[in-house]
Ligand binder design. Structure first.
Ligand SMILES: [Zn+2]
Length: 87
């Protein structure tokens, strides 16, 4: 199980499980096992390490999409209203 940091707090990484069907589809599309990638603290997009997040919302987003902070910023911008989680 991976760990990430937000500021000086430490969090356990836990991928949100969708369903066998969705996971299988994602794996077929991306060639990556989303849950395993997230638990290794890697990014689904850039294959970089995903260990630092700006805030809990970004971390939540990571556990859903598997995108590291820089990739999230690139995709969603820094405007949180675009995030999937809409926390
Ligand atoms: Zn990335």
């Amino acid at each position: 199980m991976g760990k990430i940091h937000i500021g000086n707090r430490e969090y356990q990484t836990k991928a949100t499980f969708k369903s066998d069907e969705v996971e299988g589809l994602l794996k077929a599309l991306t060639g990556k096992d989303r849950v395993a990638t997230i638990e290794r603290n890697e990014c689904m997009l850039c294959d970089g390490r995903a260990e630092q997040f700006r805030d809990e919302l970004s971390f939540k987003e990571y556990q859903i999409s598997g995108y590291c902070q820089p990739c999230q910023d690139e995709i969603f911008g820094t405007d949180k209203s675009n995030l999937i989680t809409r926390g």
